[in-house]
Design a protein around this ligand. Structure first.
Ligand code: PMP
Length: 347
């Protein structure tokens, strides 16, 4: 059959899907363990009317988010992981061939969502210190901009003045992906009503420990949010996930425990890695990027053979031989450092 696929999806590859059995320190999720909200809700949910559809737009969760962030329910769109909301954002605005600009290096799936929506993904390299090249990004004739702060995989926050300038000077939709915002004091969600172009996406997958439940949300001014609500697939968030998310918002003990661990362990693990001779980059997230002195893919597979999986980014431009690890509990980090030491010694 002739090649009928959309031209923008022809070079796509399947997403990262490692098959190794190992402790997962490669996905920057919450190391505290599953959020207890799941257990609580599942017990209460035994009699849930699952023969009936959920609310098409997850009204109860949007209300809970509005209360939590002092906004209105109509400022929010919620869905099946923040990935769905990234998809919805591009689906709402992109015409075939439209350019979306993002900094490089950043979250790999941003380009995926642009391409599956018919857009062209263009990047502007980060400046030294992995900071935004605001002029470079504004100069591109783009339909949308996307960035995430703290940035994945570099883990630093972008300078506030730079992000603000981009939002203010760009006159089209700009997405700020805040998947790791709970680990910093930086955030832009509370400014959504001040700008007509700002879309902020967030997730329950990281600090809330609910990656397996697939819950995310976006916030924007009501006009933008309502526009995007119409594009989202109705019912995309199931009833159980919605109930779990509401319970997780109400009980912040688990969230705070994870934040405390990351705060305490970030410096300790960074120092431990430095002592082992690596170049370690500053982190504002729940993960750390560092550069190894050997081929990083081989380093990651040798570490995986010892039972711990971290993520290799060594083939990406500017990240030669860089790897990324989730920040674990004290015990987990000690185990990680000891296994890395073994890999070093055996090299
Ligand atoms: N944005 C960034 C920057 C991420 O790292 C991730 C998860 N890896 C996501 C979005 C997607 O999160 P979710 O699980 O909510 O789809």
């Amino acid at each position: 059959m002739e090649e009928l696929r959309r031209s923008t999806v022809r070079d796509l590859e399947l997403y990262y899907n490692p098959k190794v059995k190992a402790i997962r320190m490669d996905t920057s999720v919450n190391v505290v363990g599953p959020n207890p909200a799941v257990k609580k809700v599942l017990e209460e949910c035994m009699d849930m009317e699952v023969n009936q559809y959920p609310s098409p737009y997850s009204d109860d969760l949007r209300k809970a988010l509005a209360e939590r962030y002092n906004l209105e329910a109509d400022n929010f769109v919620v869905g099946n992981g923040s990935d769905e909301l990234l998809d919805v954002s591009f689906k709402s605005f992109l015409e075939s061939g439209d350019v979306v600009v993002a900094p490089h290096p950043s979250y790999v799936l941003h380009s995926f969502f642009v391409k599956i929506n018919g857009g062209c993904f263009e990047t502007v390299d980060l400046l030294p210190g992995f900071q935004l090249d605001v002029d470079g990004m504004l100069e591109k004739k783009s339909k949308m901009i996307i960035l995430c702060t703290p940035n994945n995989p570099t883990s630093n926050c972008f300078k506030r003045a730079d992000v603000k300038r981009l939002i203010e000077e760009y006159d089209r939709p700009i997405i700020v992906d805040e998947a790791y915002t709970e680990y910093t004091s930086e955030e832009y969600l509370s400014y959504v009503n001040e700008f007509d172009n700002l879309i902020v996406t967030r997730t329950f997958s990281k600090a809330y420990g609910l990656a397996g439940m697939r819950i995310g949300y976006l916030a924007a001014n009501k006009k933008l949010a309502t526009m995007m609500q119409k594009v989202k697939i109705p019912y995309s968030l199931n009833k159980i996930s919605e109930a779990v998310a509401i319970a997780a918002l109400q009980n912040t003990e688990y969230l705070e425990k994870g934040q405390k661990i990351v705060k305490e362990q970030r410096e300790k693990l960074s120092n431990g890695l430095r002592e082992l001779g690596f170049e370690v980059f500053p982190s504002d997230g729940n993960f750390i990027m560092f550069r190894v002195k050997v081929p990083s893919d081989e380093f990651v597979s040798r570490l995986a053979a010892k039972g711990i999986l971290i993520r290799d980014f060594g083939k990406r431009r500017m990240l030669e031989n860089c790897v990324r690890t989730t920040i674990g509990t004290e015990e987990l980090n000690e185990l990680l450092l000891s296994k890395i030491k073994e890999v070093n010694e055996e090299w």
